[in-house]
Design a protein around this ligand. Structure first.
Ligand SMILES: Cc1cc2nc3c(=O)[nH]c(=O)nc-3n(C[C@H](O)[C@H](O)[C@H](O)COP(=O)(O)O)c2cc1C
Length: 383
């Protein structure tokens, strides 16, 4: 499929499936356990109907909005994604640049395949940093120092991965870093010569952010087991409180689903939470984020900003999230598929498609600004 024939996220997904080997596609596309949460995220969005107001003069619509103290061109951003280089080298930079050009935030993962220094050089002033709290806290301390030195002003701390999730597609494919080559994966790779050329030119993807902390000799060895050894089951709200003291910029807690946790985020002085189930990649029994959102919004009572991710595939989903109280939505796979398939052009096109879809939804609802969206647009048979 050529880029000219892609008009929505499902097209980007099909293109990625065609253009990258199965083990990379499955790593991007898959969820945890039975993948019921991935399906639930979509079903819950689709179940929410929005009622338009007709006719309203919407000729002067403006998509811009403010969150975390800054004006953005549109109420969505790019969620942090690790190991994107498994699909295509340079994905982190392509997405960071495209987000900056579009005036929306980009979040770089701790386990990105590009370093924070390189990404902030490519998109200065537009990169947020996502932190996984590691067992060896001196790694976190150093990552925070590096982020601050790169003028990053927003730290996103992820809370839903202190127990590694079980991704059955990855287990079946023998997915690990460095990439392993068994008969089946080699066959799939050989069917994707462009992907093979990319890997020959750039080498197997490396976790550039954490590379400096790998024990000597690990670079070509068991990176996956180093990461596993750094996942810390003791991580709790005390750690987040310490991070709040340590980090001078804005602090965002990612992975909140329970209203009580949202209140804890307020109590520790966070600036925002992201209602997220990691795109269905953590606890498979989690509620869809759009289902969990209203109670979280009610619990925080406007004391911090609430964002949402997981399952956003169309501009109308962004409108749904805003109608139910989110300040902004974040997208992961929606832009990752396009970038894995088409590089820079895919990153730009996927952001443009979502933006255009959101603009259309806003106009059709009879709104001139994202800030006008609210519960009054959510269909209820009794209202
Ligand atoms: C391939 C992939 C890698 C991810 N890596 C990270 C990560 O390193 N850190 C993190 O906080 N979330 C990570 N996530 C979760 C995303 O930040 C986000 O919560 C999720 O993708 C949203 O769901 P969506 O893909 O349906 O939009 C990852 C998601 C994907 C698809």
């Amino acid at each position: 499929m050529n880029i000219e024939n892609t008009f929505n996220v499902e097209d980007f997904r099909k293109a990625a499936r065609e253009r990258i080997p199965r083990l990379a596609f499955d790593y991007f596309d898959g969820g945890a356990e039975g993948e019921t949460c991935v399906a639930r995220n979509r079903a819950a969005f689709e179940a929410i109907r929005l009622v338009p107001n007709f006719p309203v003069d919407v000729a002067g619509r403006n998509l811009s909005t403010t969150f975390l103290g800054r004006t953005w061109s549109c109420p969505f951003g790019v969620a942090p994604m690790g190991l994107t280089g498994v699909g295509r080298s340079g994905t982190d930079i392509a997405l960071a640049r495209a987000a900056a050009a579009a005036g929306i935030p980009y979040v770089l993962s701790t386990v990105a395949t590009t370093s924070i220094e390189a990404v902030t050089r490519a998109a200065p002033g537009n990169v947020w940093f996502q932190l996984y709290v590691t067992k060896d806290r001196s790694i976190c301390d150093d990552l925070l120092k590096r982020a601050a030195a790169c003028d990053v002003d927003v730290l996103v701390v992820t809370t839903d991965t202190q127990i590694p999730s079980r991704r059955e597609r990855d287990m079946r494919n023998g997915f690990s870093l460095p990439l392993r080559f068994d008969a089946r994966s080699v066959l799939s790779m050989m069917r994707h010569p462009a992907w093979c050329m990319d890997k020959l030119a750039h080498g197997t993807p490396k976790l550039q952010n954490i590379a400096p902390y790998l024990p000597p000799g690990t670079s070509a060895g068991p990176i996956a087991s180093f990461i596993a050894s750094q996942i810390d089951a003791t991580f709790d709200w005390d750690d987040i409180a310490r991070l709040r003291e340590q980090w001078k910029g804005k602090l965002v807690v990612k992975g909140v689903l329970a209203p009580a946790d949202a209140k804890r985020a307020v109590a520790v002085g966070a600036d925002a939470v992201i209602v997220s189930n990691h795109g269905g990649r953590a606890l498979d029994a989690s509620p869809a984020t759009i289902e969990a959102l209203p109670a979280v919004v009610a619990a925080v009572g406007g004391k911090l900003e609430v964002f949402l991710d997981s399952g956003v595939r169309r501009g109308e989903d962004i409108a749904r999230a805003l109608a139910l109280g989110a300040r902004a939505a974040f997208v992961g796979r929606a832009v990752l598929f396009a970038t894995a398939a088409f590089g820079d052009k895919g990153a730009e096109r996927s952001i443009a498609v979502l933006r255009e879809q959101f603009d259309r939804a806003l106009g059709m609802l009879g709104c001139n600004s994202p800030d006008e969206l609210g519960e009054q647009f959510v269909f209820s048979p009794t209202r």
